[in-house]
Design a protein. Structure first.
Length: 382
């Protein structure tokens, strides 16, 4: 009986082994957590066949941009990140042919040209950033009507010498109590004689120069107010989009003569319009008017010729020019010229410019040249 049971057990075990599947020898695997096994949708997409997958696109990196300038420079119309409250400097500049070229005049925001005596003219530059002008000259003496113009800008007046007498600049500055720097007096050490010009044959009065920062230092030592509490209204309006429409003026000639046509007062300044820069390039004494610092032609975005009552002093050849009241003139910009009117209520007020119908004149953004000419002088264009 025992043998029969043992045999039966052996047969059952054999049948059980025959029915079980065979086990293959495979290397062990490391289990992956469920969180790692679930690929994000982007990963799943990237695993698609190359010929059907779309390349991932990145938006182009934008360079950082500065916010628009919140202010407008009141003398040029250029955008500015700071509000101008500093007083400008008005600097007298020689304009005799024997003293050419001027140095640093192209760095002025506005340049005036007017008669002084004997049919000759002198210039005055209005500088809002005199500190940046390292070689400025030559500096010439003051005249009453230029002091008057400096007051219109609340500018500190810089000169080397001055006219005297009943209608002289010296008496006028004393009367007005105006801040000024005279290189022929106690400010002499703040100016310098340009030895290069002297050695080249220039006269002494055509060789007085100035470093801009030194004029500022002197003004500070004298206790002059260098800043205003509020911005000053210079009476200028700018709009590059609102250009004028008038007569074509690819060339413009301003005569400083008395009598309406060229005569013994033969001084004139000519301007040629350059379309590429949208500026008028200046020309005088038969050649290009260049800045001696750069060798480049002095150019302006705006050109004005203002007619003002002009007469000779009874006792000298110095000119007396009336700059209050009103008058007529011409304004050129963008290769066009139009007649305008100017007005000024008092010496302390800026000039106001309008078209003949009373519409305010808007200037192109950039530097400006202003000629003061006799009421019967000539302006020509073509």
């Amino acid at each position: 009986m025992k043998k029969t049971m043992i045999l039966t057990l052996v047969i059952a075990l054999a049948l059980l082994c025959a029915c079980s599947p065979q086990v293959q020898d495979v290397p062990p695997t490391t289990s992956t957590p469920a969180t790692q096994m679930q690929a994000p949708a982007s990963t799943a997409a990237s695993s698609a066949p190359a010929e059907t997958s779309a390349p991932a696109t990145q938006p182009p990196t934008q360079p950082p941009t500065e916010p628009p300038a919140p202010y407008i420079h009141p003398l040029t119309g250029e955008p500015s990140y700071t509000q101008m409250t500093a007083r400008p400097f008005a600097v007298m500049l020689n304009n005799y042919e024997s003293g050419m070229p001027l140095h640093g005049s192209s760095e002025a925001d506005i340049v005036y040209e007017a008669l002084t005596e004997g049919g000759w003219t002198r210039c005055m530059g209005i500088y809002s950033d005199l500190a940046s002008v390292e070689n400025l000259g030559c500096i010439r003496s003051a005249r009453r009507h230029f002091v008057n113009l400096a007051i219109a800008y609340d500018a500190i007046y810089v000169h080397f010498g001055r006219s005297t007498g009943k209608v002289g600049a010296q008496e006028y500055m004393q009367q007005m109590g105006w801040d000024h720097i005279d290189g022929i007096d106690k400010a002499y050490s703040y100016f310098y004689e340009n030895t290069n010009r002297l050695n080249s044959g220039y006269s002494l009065d055509a060789s007085h120069f100035l470093v801009g920062q030194r004029a500022i230092d002197y003004a500070q030592r004298q206790g002059f107010a260098l800043q205003r509490d509020t911005p000053f209204d210079y009476g200028l309006r700018f709009d590059d989009e609102n250009t004028i429409t008038g007569d074509t003026a690819n060339t413009l000639t301003v005569w400083f003569n008395e009598g309406g046509k060229p005569n013994k007062w033969h001084k004139y300044t000519k301007f040629t319009y350059d379309e590429a820069s949208k500026t008028y390039r200046s020309f005088q004494y038969g050649k290009d008017n260049i800045d001696g610092n750069t060798g480049e032609i002095i150019s302006y975005r705006n050109v004005l010729a203002l007619k003002a009552p002009t007469k000779k002093n009874d006792t000298t050849t110095h000119m007396i020019i009336t700059l209050e009241g009103s008058g007529t003139g011409y304004y050129a910009c963008g290769g066009q010229v139009i007649p305008i009117k100017w007005s000024r209520n008092s010496v302390y007020d800026p000039f106001t410019y309008t078209l003949e119908d009373g519409t305010p004149v808007t200037f192109g953004v950039g530097k400006t040249y202003i000629a003061i000419i006799p009421t019967n002088a000539t302006v020509q264009w073509e």
